[in-house]
Design a protein around this ligand. Structure first.
Ligand SMILES: Nc1ncnc2c1ncn2[C@@H]1O[C@H](COP(=O)(O)OP(=O)(O)OP(=O)(O)O)[C@@H](O)[C@H]1O
Ligand SMILES: [Mg+2]
Length: 520
């Protein structure tokens, strides 16, 4: 029997829409009461055993019919109070007005010894915020969200979590390539979990409407529930909080850059106030190091959300949040200080990541230039980022060209570019080696530091796509296996070398492997 203890703070402490149900409308409160729309035949496709255990669920609970019924959206447990949150956002640089949870419905906030866990169904049906859309999600994007949420967690990167992904037994029509060819696809629901799903856009919406009272209520609520360690009151407290949001966001950006994660749609409605990765849509993972790469077809022209731009976009987004919060401040100076805190925190976190990736005890003058030189070289020679850093961790102490060839031969995608890249690589390695002689870490400690900063396994786009193709034919084993691999991303996993390999040539241009549309 599924049995949780709840503390439904969001609906208890924040003003709710007096109207029930999914009729599309403008809502001037923080949330709307709405039930998930039942589905034909909910069935568990995969689950995260770590997340289940955090919620006190065992295998039997997860595999029960009750679990499928509740988390497919067909039944509520006593104590659940379903709602859709209201928020707005800046999308691709422009204010988009009310967006809200158009297809995510929260069931309640579970509290236990491990923390607070808001349970949310993504793809649960229409809400007042669905606008013209169906409130549903397709299997391919749901598997991508499920796998990546858990992969990020195991990489140690702040993220919303995924308890499970369920098929619905229903079809959903999507025009995957936005080319006028809509087609039915299998539908699914992802059960997401996070201590808070508040977004920058949750604060921007009341601010855009001049509703300072609701804005203040939201800020007070968020600080009390999501940042209970912060002290002070009034403007001082708000400033402390904003600076904390800024610092968390900076650290998140450094972590994304560390592992080669490209979010793909960094609109302000997809920025978590807690500095979690949220909304796994057209995201992608860097194969060959390319700061200009974005997986999102909708952004192919301007590349606003390209890999190398992410820290700057986060700053811009914080600027929008600062603007939204300004009615609560007599003077904008504290907000400017918060933005400055982002810059400081980003520089510190980026430096820390550089030191860890290169296996240095601490960053010294010249190290950032060393890293930049390496990045330029990688970008110029189509070099696999993940494989390169893993190989670098195995570099012998003394110069050994034969061993270097053996280590780095696998990192190139294009043999000709690789051939041309060797002289510069040997030169860079010589400089790096010289720097190491000046570093206090011994070889073993360095190797371990690098192993824990440079994953062996990341959720390469083509790997997820292969698992999706199989699951779409009715076989979820690829999803299960990939999840298993991603549970220990920093470990060597004998027998699973194939999951650590370079992107195969066929995947270079295939949809889902190189480019993704927002259609989900
Ligand atoms: N099929 C759909 N039906 C209703 N609303 C949708 C649908 N797809 C997206 N939306 C809404 O459009 C807005 C922007 O979409 P976006 O792709 O950023 O979010 P999402 O992937 O649905 O959700 P989240 O940010 O919660 O992960 C959101 O408010 C979202 O709820
Ligand atoms: Mg979103």
């Amino acid at each position: 029997m599924l049995d949780f203890r709840y503390d439904n703070a969001f609906v208890r402490d924040l003003p709710g829409d007096p109207v029930h149900g999914p009729r599309v409308r403008e809502v001037h409160q923080a949330w709307s009461p709405v039930m998930p729309t039942p589905v034909e035949a909910p069935e568990l496709l995969a689950h995260s055993r770590e997340m289940a255990s955090c919620l006190g669920l065992d295998e039997g609970d997860v595999r029960s019919e009750q679990f499928a019924q509740v988390f497919g959206g067909n039944r509520l447990l006593p104590g659940m109070q379903p709602f859709a949150a209201n928020y707005g956002g800046h999308q691709f640089g422009h204010w988009a007005g009310q967006l809200g949870d158009g297809r995510a419905i929260s069931l309640g906030e579970v509290v236990n010894d491990a923390g607070r866990w808001e349970l949310q169904l993504k793809g649960a049906g229409r809400t007042p915020y669905s606008r013209g859309a169906d409130g549903r999600a397709v299997l391919r994007s749901s598997i991508r969200e499920f796998l990546c949420s858990e992969a990020m967690h195991h990489l140690g990167i702040p993220t919303t979590r995924a308890l499970a992904v369920l098929t619905t037994g229903e079809e959903v029509v999507r025009d995957m390539f936005y080319d006028g060819h809509p087609a039915p696809e299998p539908g699914a629901v992802v059960v997401r979990v996070a201590p808070s799903f508040l977004r920058f856009g949750s604060f921007e919406l009341p601010a855009s409407r001049g509703d300072a009272a609701l804005l203040r209520q939201l800020v007070e609520f968020c600080i009390r529930r999501d940042f209970p360690h912060l002290e002070g009151e009034g403007e001082d407290l708000y400033a402390t909080w904003f600076a904390e949001v800024a610092r968390r966001t900076a650290r998140l950006m450094a972590e994304w850059m560390r592992v080669g994660f490209v979010h793909g749609v960094m609109n302000t409605d997809n920025m978590s106030i807690q500095g979690l990765t949220i909304d796994y849509g057209p995201y992608g993972w860097i194969d060959d190091y390319d700061p200009d790469w974005t997986p999102n077809t909708t952004d192919a022209e301007r590349r606003r959300y390209r890999f190398g731009q992410q820290p700057a976009v986060a700053y811009w987004n914080l600027g929008r949040l600062a603007g939204a919060l300004s009615p609560l401040f007599g003077d904008v100076a504290p907000l400017q200080e918060g933005l400055a805190a982002y810059v400081d925190a980003w520089e510190a976190a980026d430096g820390e990541v550089t030191a860890r990736k290169l296996g240095l005890a601490e960053l010294r003058e010249g190290d950032e230039a060393l890293m930049r030189g390496l990045q330029e070289w990688m970008a110029g020679h189509e070099v696999d980022m993940t494989l390169f850093f893993r190989a670098l961790g195995e570099l012998p102490a003394g110069a050994d060209p034969a061993r270097e060839h053996e280590l780095f031969d696998v990192v190139f995608y294009d043999p000709a570019k690789g051939e041309a890249g060797w002289p510069a690589l040997h030169e860079w390695l010589a400089g790096y080696r010289a720097r190491l002689t000046d570093d206090p870490l011994d070889a073993e400690a360095r190797r371990e530091r690098m192993r824990l900063a440079n994953p062996r396994y990341v959720l390469r786009n083509y790997l997820a796509q292969q698992a999706i193709d199989l699951a779409t034919q009715g076989d979820p084993s690829g999803v299960h296996e990939l999840l298993e691999v991603m549970r220990r991303p920093y470990d060597e996993q004998p027998g699973r070398e194939a999951f650590a390999g370079k992107r195969p040539e066929w995947a270079r241009t295939r949809a889902g492997c190189s480019m993704l549309s927002c259609s989900s």
